[in-house]
Design a binder for this molecule. Structure first.
Ligand SMILES: Nc1nc2c(ncn2[C@@H]2O[C@H](COP(=O)(O)OP(=O)(O)OP(=O)(O)O)[C@@H](O)[C@H]2O)c(=O)[nH]1
Ligand SMILES: [Mg+2]
Length: 362
């Protein structure tokens, strides 16, 4: 069900908006009215049983959680195949001897590290004309970083998504704890939207109580819309989303849970670098079309190569926001910095091995 909340000065205006955006089939799920500083207000949550294409563009004003277009997966698969064929044709064009020895060693290393051919080709093109440039210069352009800190993430609502067992719930707790330690004054609400996981529930509830945070549960679009509405007084709302089955996609989950309607929200994709490249490509198809926030890399302590960090940044265009490197919940997550990524990639050094000043893991 597609769920969306509309607000306006009175019932008539809000009904008009619902009709215009969702059509005559929309059902009113809840209605609230009141008198605020700016006069009377009315808020209605409406639902629609079928997937509505027209919501994509206007759902949250920027269409970032738009449902996948028909045939998206098929198209993606075909494009990957075309890319592979193109790469075979173009690979002889990577004449490493055109690069400086330092650049050549770096590119050879990145290939062994699992960085994809298309990315290497791009790097080669950028380095060829600048023999003195370090490989970190083009890499910094290709892999963006946006640390998990309030100044970089002013959105009020943050959700974590990702494959089963990737570390979503642990990451959410760590994100909440890091917020709490930096900003003790901040009011935080943790929302468990993954009703399938009993132990996740216990963990979230326990840490919320322990750290003076509110705890809520939402198992479907309607309850999540209600939770989001009544949690407006919180400075930050952190949502733990369920994992996706093989045939599922994030945009479908987003529609089911009514995330398209959520305002001021960022979705962070939680991944571990140890997934195989084909699996990563499959996650890209499932998630990247709807996750418009960042990638959080978990289980760095279990991985032996880190090329995936570069590959996913390039193919999704998402910045890396945080890194986690241990099964515990304390001192195992740090806001990402580019220098940490390069140490990880080129030296296999975890952020906890050499914490920079001011970047202590939470
Ligand atoms: N080694 C290591 N283990 C981690 C890390 N993050 C999480 N884990 C472990 O991975 C397991 C799964 O973590 P969860 O946070 O429950 O993962 P999830 O994605 O919420 O799992 P589901 O809700 O079942 O889909 C737990 O045993 C965590 O302790 C990490 O950075 N390193
Ligand atoms: Mg979980």
């Amino acid at each position: 069900m597609q769920v969306k909340t509309f607000t306006g000065p009175d019932t008539k205006t809000v009904l008009g908006r619902i009709k215009q955006e969702m059509g005559l089939d929309a059902v009113i799920l809840s209605k609230h009215e009141g008198n605020g500083e700016n006069g009377p207000w009315c808020e209605m949550t409406a639902g629609l049983e079928r997937a509505v294409k027209t919501l994509d563009a206007g759902g949250n004003g920027n269409g970032k959680n738009a449902a996948s277009p028909a045939g998206w997966n098929e198209w993606h698969r075909e494009w990957s195949l075309i890319k592979e064929h193109l790469l075979v044709l173009m690979k002889p064009g990577i004449r490493l001897e055109d690069l400086s020895p330092r650049q050549r060693v770096a590119l050879e290393y990145l290939e062994r590290e699992g960085v994809e051919g298309t990315v290497l080709l791009d790097l080669f093109g950028r380095l060829r004309s600048t023999p003195h440039a370090s490989v970190l210069e083009p890499l910094s352009d290709m892999v963006s970083v946006k640390p998990w800190e309030e100044s970089h993430w002013p959105e009020r609502v943050h959700a974590v998504a990702g494959p089963y067992g990737a570390g979503k719930t642990s990451t959410l707790v760590r994100m909440a704890l890091s917020l709490r330690s930096r900003r003790p004054d901040m009011s935080i609400c943790i929302v468990n939207a993954d009703s399938e996981r009993g132990n996740g529930r216990l963990l979230l509830k326990h840490y919320a109580e322990l750290s003076d945070m509110a705890y809520r549960e939402a198992s479907d679009g309607v309850s999540l819309a209600n939770v989001l509405r009544e949690s407006r007084q919180f400075d930050r709302v952190l949502i733990d989303l369920p994992g996706l089955g093989r045939q599922d996609s994030f945009s479908a989950l987003s529609t089911r849970m009514g995330l398209c309607a959520a305002q001021d929200m960022a979705v962070h994709l939680v991944l571990a670098p140890s997934y195989a490249p084909q699996q990563m490509a499959s996650f890209m198809r499932q998630y990247a079309n709807g996750c418009a926030g960042s990638i959080i890399w978990t289980k760095l302590d279990e991985a032996c190569t880190f090329g995936a960090v570069v590959n996913m940044a390039v193919s999704s265009g998402l910045p890396v926001s945080a890194l986690s490197f241990g099964p515990g919940l304390k001192n195992t997550l740090t806001p990402a910095r580019d220098v940490m990524l390069w140490r990880l990639l080129f030296k296999h050094q975890l952020p906890c091995d050499t914490p920079s000043r001011g970047d202590a893991a939470i």
